[in-house]
Design a protein around this ligand. Sequence first.
Ligand code: PRP
Length: 190
Amino acid sequence: MSKIVETILKHSHEPLLDKVLLSEEQLQIRIAELGAQITRDYHGKDLLLVSVLKGGVVFLTDLMRHISVPHSIDFMAVSSYGVGVRATRGQPRITLDLNTDIRGRHVLLVEDIVDSGHSIDHVLRLLASRNPASIKVCTLLDKPSRREVYVPIAYLGFEIPNEFVFGYGLDLDEYCRNLRFIGTVKAEYQ
Ligand code: PRP
């Protein structure tokens, strides 16, 4: 068991928290704005939201409740990091594919964070080959200083500095995804 998990199970996330980077209120205000913008842009279009598990799921469930055009949802999973591994590994791997035929659908990929860009780039290329009517990216967080491949981001929540963040879908060794805010981790736990 890692030092991080041991601490969380014993004391909760609090000893690891350096600072709150984005509060629950900041997140919810911005997500409502994004939902309104997506509602306007996809009026009259057959929209499919695709969430990239697991991190993107918390954002998806809040975002979709601010989208008032009819839409459906589906899920994919891509593995780019392992527990305790902080650096990007090479090739991302699709560990769960869609159940939906996306041909002719307007697909919006919903991610928690774009870091190196490899995960979303991989998903974009794969889904683009299946002939959707359109495909765009909506990400809650963007860490542009870490980018290794170009990612066209159509909808962005917040640009953040290169800090180790957790909460609101983002995990600390698979824990803490339930937190309503996004925090940074104290240096001694990184
Ligand atoms: C995280 C995050 C993105 C990806 C971003 O997922 O949810 O999908 O990394 O990194 P990249 O831009 O460098 O590819 P992770 O693999 O940690 O899985 P998780 O969502 O299950 O936590």
